[in-house]
Design a protein around this ligand. Structure first.
Ligand code: CMP
Length: 142
């Protein structure tokens, strides 16, 4: 299995509730290496661009407003099978359906305020990593 990357964001409500430390701890304990990381705040335009794939969905406007409402922590995570393993670690999009012990089960508030984002494919992980980070921002462990 090749080592690859995924992109995460710890979302504004989870940052606001001081869950950054516990969430990063779970990410480390699960064997992910942090290849780049920063605290930042999305502008409305950046949030619109990041979630452009959802622009036709009824929740898009609210999602953009929420994701630009406060600071986020975003990181590139490296591991074998990173995309699938991270999605397992975070649990279902809706925390009500997330398995016990997952990040969303422990720390998410609602379907929208679901604590963390994780890329859904290797291709999107690359696009999303490039959205936030220059090549020179990344540590290469490979
Ligand atoms: P995320 O993994 O960041 O990808 C898209 C986000 O849209 C998702 O997490 C949720 O925060 C949000 N989302 C997805 N479906 C819904 C929905 N039905 N209603 C409200 N928000 C949603």
């Amino acid at each position: 299995m090749a080592v690859n990357i995924t992109l995460t964001m710890i979302k504004p409500e989870a940052v606001g509730k001081n869950y950054v430390g516990p969430i990063l701890n779970m990410i480390n304990e699960a064997g992910f290496k942090i290849a780049a990381m920063k605290l930042t705040k999305l502008s409305t335009r950046q949030a619109e661009a990041f979630y452009a794939v959802h622009s036709d969905r009824p929740f898009y406007t609210d999602l953009v407003e929420f994701m630009s409402s406060g600071p986020i922590v975003t990181a590139i995570l490296e591991k074998e099978n990173a995309v699938a393993d991270f999605r397992k670690l975070i649990g279902a999009t809706n925390p009500a359906n997330a398995e016990k012990g997952t990040i969303r089960k422990l720390y998410a508030e609602s379907l929208q305020k679901n604590a963390v984002h994780g890329s859904d494919s290797d291709e999107n992980a690359q696009v999303e990593a490039d959205f936030f980070f220059a090549k020179s921002d990344r540590v290469d462990y490979m």
